[in-house]
Design a binder for this molecule. Structure first.
Ligand SMILES: *Cc1c(COP(=O)(O)O)cnc(C)c1O
Length: 391
């Protein structure tokens, strides 16, 4: 690849408006934040419970730095497993209701490192077409064969399972729990049932379910009451938990196997103490302050109801991820610009991240938004929506 080629590709991205601008956050990540010197209402963070700036998480980080220093000094399997890492894994397993858990550097690393080990040569991975890019990359890194089914189409999944029976050593079904662009939920109860019937393993990515779905934010397994029926749960500390880090929660043997095999885990330094301590504190805060999840949902319900009564199309969303479906890419970009002028940060998601005619503004409600914040956003959406003839 010559430099000329890169230059041309980059120019093309920019000409089409598909390049990502650099927006510089100059405050903590919270609903009222400052980007590039401008005060904005933040409507596009994954900080579902407002934990990024919670005093208990900050305090835990500071204490951990004082006791353990800034870094861990190694990968986990050599000399980088601190008592803090073990404490986090035990707490997380308890929270998820699994035998064990394993912390990865990020959710991306958890998917990219685990999936290739859980299914290899002679196996088959069956994946929802709208799965997250990190699942897709995990599947690409695997030597297993792959089949993709139409989004949430259980008849198609069953057909693939039926025709694959006896042709592979093992079959792994991988799905997002909550789909990150549309905010809809995978029919995990039906997937578990099909997997049981056709003797397949199941892998669910709960990145947008933790802290959101289930009793007190325990995630999608709890939401569907399918405890013990999903083999591998994967998730992240970068969304509702407000920090950074990925995990796999599963039976002890699966976690121990990945400890030995997952390359993104094995070959990469472990989290610094400040991160691990903040993750532990996040799990404690969720237990101690159940009102956070309740507020998240009452905000979500209010926000969605008002958007719909204004005439916005919010697609198939069932969670705080709320897309305002626009359709046309240029219009979605114009809409986002109008919102910015009105003091709101809400970004357009356009092709190639979603289909060409499915451009949208993806907004995410959090527990940290006040009713005034939501009303402010709604009135700006109304004004811009009318101006651009979206509603
Ligand atoms: C964000 C996300 C990830 C990646 O998690 P990180 O910890 O931020 O790397 C994986 N899967 C899904 C579905 C996500 O939305």
């Amino acid at each position: 690849m010559s430099k000329e080629f890169i230059k041309n590709q980059l120019r093309e991205l920019k000409e089409n408006g598909f390049d990502w601008k650099k927006r510089i956050l100059q405050t903590a990540s919270k609903p009222h934040a400052r980007f590039d010197g401008k005060d904005l209402l933040l409507m596009c963070s994954n900080n579902y419970l407002g934990l990024t700036n919670h005093p208990k998480l900050k305090e835990a980080s500071i204490k951990a730095v004082e006791k353990y220093g800034a870094g861990s000094g190694s990968v986990r399997v050599i000399s980088g497993t601190m008592d803090l890492h073990v404490e986090l894994e035990e707490k997380l397993a308890k929270f998820k209701g699994t035998q064990s858990s394993l912390i990865f550097q990020t959710g991306f690393a958890a998917n990219a490192g685990s999936i290739p080990q859980l299914a290899g040569e002679g196996d088959l991975i069956i994946s929802d077409e709208l799965n997250h890019g990190s699942i897709i990359d995990g599947v690409r890194l695997s030597k297993a064969e792959r089949k993709v089914y139409t989004h949430k189409n259980m008849e198609e999944l069953e057909r693939v399972l039926k025709e694959s029976k006896g042709k592979f050593k093992n079959i792994l079904i991988a799905t997002d729990g909550v789909f990150s662009m549309d905010g809809d939920i995978a029919p995990l109860d039906e997937i578990a049932e099909l997997a049981h019937r056709y003797d397949a393993m199941t892998y669910v990515d709960d990145a947008h379910g933790d802290g959101v779905l289930g009793k007190n934010g325990k995630g999608i397994i709890d939401h569907f009451h399918v405890h013990g029926k999903i083999d591998i749960e994967m998730g992240t500390f970068s969304k509702a938990f407000g920090v950074v880090g990925g995990y796999v929660a599963a039976d002890q043997e699966i976690c121990e196997f990945l400890w030995n095999k997952a390359r993104t885990f094995l070959l990469s330094g472990s989290h610094p103490p400040a991160v691990v301590a903040a993750c532990i504190a996040a799990l404690e805060v969720i237990e101690e302050e159940p009102e956070l999840v309740k507020t998240l949902w009452s905000n979500t319900k209010y926000y969605k109801k008002e958007l719909q009564s204004l005439g916005f199309d919010i697609g198939v969303s069932e969670t705080p991820i709320t897309p305002l479906m626009i359709g046309d890419s240029v219009k979605a970009q114009q809409f986002s610009k109008e919102l910015y002028k009105a003091g709101i940060l809400a970004l357009p998601i356009v092709f190639p991240m979603v289909a060409k005619d499915k451009a949208r503004i993806r907004t995410i409600v959090t527990a940290a938004h006040s009713k005034e914040d939501l009303d402010f956003a709604l009135s700006a959406f109304e004004k811009a929506g009318k101006k651009l003839e979206i509603i």
